[in-house]
Design a protein around this ligand. Structure first.
Ligand code: ARG
Length: 457
């Protein structure tokens, strides 16, 4: 493609480091779509004849078929998807193929392809995340009344419902979807026609190509258009945060499935056995979701570091954006699919969950709240009194609700027998009716609201 300027071919190591075809062939569809839109625009602007335009369109169509059917021969000598397609087009239609590159460069071409690919990736992730939300909401619905310990510091804190816990993840995934949607909105400006870096003297119509490719508008600055990869960073930042959320859920599943917790059962489909210990059923699916987070976060760092020292405009360094980006998006997609499956099949062990609540004095806050409400005690004093009651129960090895009234009254005579009504776990959960709280009645409302907010459309 540039033989005119060169007397010698590339070194063997150069032949290995230079090509991107092994990974950028992944956006062959986007590349052909971009070329078609560009050719149509060149014809409309009188830069190409209608005959050349028709030959190019037909040639690109045929190449699409060849790649789709697997008969296309990709060549590493031709570096990347752009030159592979163009060179094949020349074989098919001759000189007209050479006119396709008028008013365009691989620099704006690759930026356009990558944006089109990123846009498609975001749309696919959104569908997958919505499925995950549906699985979580169904579990929340089934477990609106399933009482379990709520933790802080992984120490029992206050009783909550499993439904409420599931809905917490629905919110996180909702924010992940909205971050991806934001990234999509910002990236949707078309670089095509920025040419190498400075624009082109040909009377091209960048608005026409932008709209043909579904962009909102052409990118305003040609230098920025070819050197912008912050859309990749933004996609990966959103993907990384999402992976972190999945990892937290995965970590909970790992803990919850241990013999010590037995809070939930995962299906055989997402667990594995041990080659030596016959009793084992390991939460490998969850562990892998947790483990793969590193790759997704690493991709962001890899590309941020590539970009941080790059002067404007294009540098070949930017070819390094693709592998980490593709890998991160694939990895996240796989993690979402696996998490959705695990959550769909998950069975709550409501007896174990209920039993676990009794450990750790989960209604201590209810006792303190009662002292505030019924005895007019400042909360800090109530906290202190309750702490002493907890210590007394701990010494006797019983729960708060089993502590004799005299023992509590010795600590503070303001306590009377009405206290037992708030020391039960069920009463504690039912009382948390504040907006966004864990009371089953609230959780049911939240399930309905979440379906409307996230699943309708
Ligand atoms: N394969 C290149 C990339 O991925 C395409 C752009 C090449 N442009 C250039 N001036 N060498 O970035």
């Amino acid at each position: 493609m540039w033989g005119g300027r060169f007397a010698a071919g590339p070194a063997e190591a150069m032949e290995r480091i230079n090509p991107s075809i092994d990974f950028d062939r992944r956006f062959w569809r986007e590349d052909i779509q971009g070329s078609k839109a560009h050719a149509q625009m060149l014809v409309a602007q009188g830069i190409l004849t209608a005959e050349d335009g028709a030959a190019i369109a037909q040639g690109l169509e045929d190449i699409w078929g060849e790649i789709e059917s697997g008969e296309f021969k990709f060549s590493r000598a031709l570096e990347d998807i752009h030159l592979n397609v163009e060179s094949r087009l020349r074989e098919k239609i001759g000189d007209a193929a050479g006119r396709l590159h008028t008013g365009r460069s691989r620099n704006d071409q690759v930026a356009t392809d990558m944006k089109l690919w990123a846009r498609g990736a975001i749309d696919a992730l959104d569908v997958e995340l919505k499925d995950l939300q549906a699985a979580l909401i169904d579990q929340a619905d089934r477990n609106a009344d399933t009482i379990m310990p709520g933790f802080t510091h992984l120490q029992p804190a206050q009783p909550v419902t499993l439904g409420h816990h599931m809905l917490a993840y629905v919110e996180m995934i909702g924010r992940d979807r909205s971050r991806l949607a934001d990234a999509r909105r910002r990236l949707n400006e078309c670089p095509l026609g920025a040419a190498a870096l400075a624009g082109t003297p040909f009377p091209i119509d960048r608005h026409m190509t932008a709209s043909a490719l579904g962009f909102d508008r052409p990118a305003a600055n040609s230098l920025d258009a070819v050197s912008d990869r912050d859309f990749v960073l933004e996609l990966l930042a959103a993907a990384g945060i999402c992976a972190v959320h999945l990892s937290r859920l995965a970590e909970e599943l790992v803990i919850w499935t241990t013999a010590q917790f037995r809070f939930v059962k995962l299906s055989d489909a997402f667990t594995t056995g041990s080659s030596i210990m016959p009793q084992k059923k390991n939460a490998d699916g969850a562990e892998l979701v947790r483990g793969k987070t590193g790759r997704v976060l690493g991709a962001f760092t890899a590309i941020a570091v590539v970009l941080k020292g790059l002067p404007l405009a294009y540098g070949k360094d930017m070819q390094e954006d693709k592998e980490p980006c593709f890998d991160a998006v694939d990895t996240l997609g796989l993690c979402i699919a696996c998490t959705t499956g695990m959550i769909r099949d998950m069975e709550a062990n409501s007896a174990a969950l209920r039993k676990a609540v009794d450990a750790g004095f989960p209604t201590a806050t209810d006792l303190a709240d009662w002292l505030v409400r019924e005895a007019g005690m400042p909360f800090r004093d109530a906290h202190h009194v309750t702490g002493r009651v907890v210590r007394a129960a701990e010494e006797r090895g019983c729960g708060l609700e089993d502590l004799p009234l005299e023992v509590m009254r010795e600590i503070d005579p303001a306590i009377d027998d009405r206290i037992f009504a708030v020391l039960s776990v069920e009463a504690s959960v039912n009382a948390r009716m504040s907006y966004g709280g864990t009371a089953p009645a609230r959780v049911r409302e939240q399930v309905a609201a979440a379906r409307e907010r996230f699943l309708d459309d």
